[in-house]
Design a protein around this ligand. Sequence first.
Ligand SMILES: NC(=O)c1ccc[n+]([C@@H]2O[C@H](COP(=O)([O-])OP(=O)(O)OC[C@H]3O[C@@H](n4cnc5c(N)ncnc54)[C@H](OP(=O)(O)O)[C@@H]3O)[C@@H](O)[C@H]2O)c1
Length: 345
Amino acid sequence: MIKTAVLGATGFVGQRFVQLLETHPWFEVTLLGASERSAGKPYAEACHWLLDSPMPDALKDLPVVECSPEKIRDVDLVFSALPGNLAGPLEAKLAQKGLKIVSKASAHRMEDDVPLIVPEVNPGHLALIGVQQERRGWAGFISTDPNCSTVPLAMALKPLMKYDVQRVHVATLQGLSGAGYPGVASLDALGNVVPFIAGEEEKVQTECVKLLGTLNGDSIQTAGIEVSASCNRVPVVEGHMENVFVEFQSEVSVNQIKKDWATFDHMHHPKLPSAQKPIQYLEQENRPQHRLDVMAGNGMTTTIGRLREDGPRRVKFTLLSHNTIRGAAGNGILHAELLKHKGLV
Ligand SMILES: NC(=O)c1ccc[n+]([C@@H]2O[C@H](COP(=O)([O-])OP(=O)(O)OC[C@H]3O[C@@H](n4cnc5c(N)ncnc54)[C@H](OP(=O)(O)O)[C@@H]3O)[C@@H](O)[C@H]2O)c1
């Protein structure tokens, strides 16, 4: 088993990592990191558990460790679910020390030599790890996951790139857990929609073109697509819905797109433990819906519906994805499985 740390283990995403790793065949959680407030306390005491399965018994008594470079040790793999401002310097110090880091935080995502990975979309971008290690003289590395609303958008667009995508407009309806815990104040959230999520639109717009870009020697040539996002917080707990409008340069039919989504399969390598069918398309006119579809494929499948023509060489559709599983811990674990498969962990 690969000894694994979860940093930010008491937060929403950290708890998802702990939950999804409980029975993982390759990764065993042996270190839980959080803030000074939690450090030294048993995990069961430090963590306000929010998930619908019990906290794993094996971790209840494990003392939480402060996230300093000295204290994060004796592990091979680190899942980082820390706030972005803390993750930046800490992850760099840990990678320098030789640790292999899969990060959910935004700090390093857009750096030239740092991979930004959705395993089904751009597995080849992991080649940047060698570039990063050589350039920075690090024994370890940082490999990052995108923002939670970018993950399913890139999954939906990847099979359509062959039709020369020109422009993508997206309006999101994002669940509350995307803001972490305690997140949005209940009086702002309940029975309400907030048409602003700090930093989110910029992340969707920049991360999407990196993910859909091409590896060119030792850097990524970003995709030449114009992406415009408008992000809204809505009062559901889990799940991000996105209304997507795409303009192509080439002709394409809705039937062809449905076939492309149905056959969009995977990373061209053997099945990894967390892999599920990446995309399902539902024909019912009132789907996807949060309550019915957010757990498709154990929360790893992006559900798409309502695909229709929207003028010449334009289509629109609606997608739904589980933000703390596919958009966060689930994508991170699949990413680490791919790293192990490639011999990088
Ligand atoms: N929520 C999502 O859907 C989602 C999706 C994709 C990416 N992300 C990213 O994932 C990261 C975690 O998000 P979250 O939603 O899980 O946030 P969260 O619920 O607010 O959890 C934050 C975690 O960071 C720890 N932390 C806070 N200050 C710290 C400090 N000074 N030193 C060490 N640890 C500290 C907290 O520990 P204490 O309990 O001890 O304070 C907690 O474990 C963020 O970078 C976020 O942008 C989130």
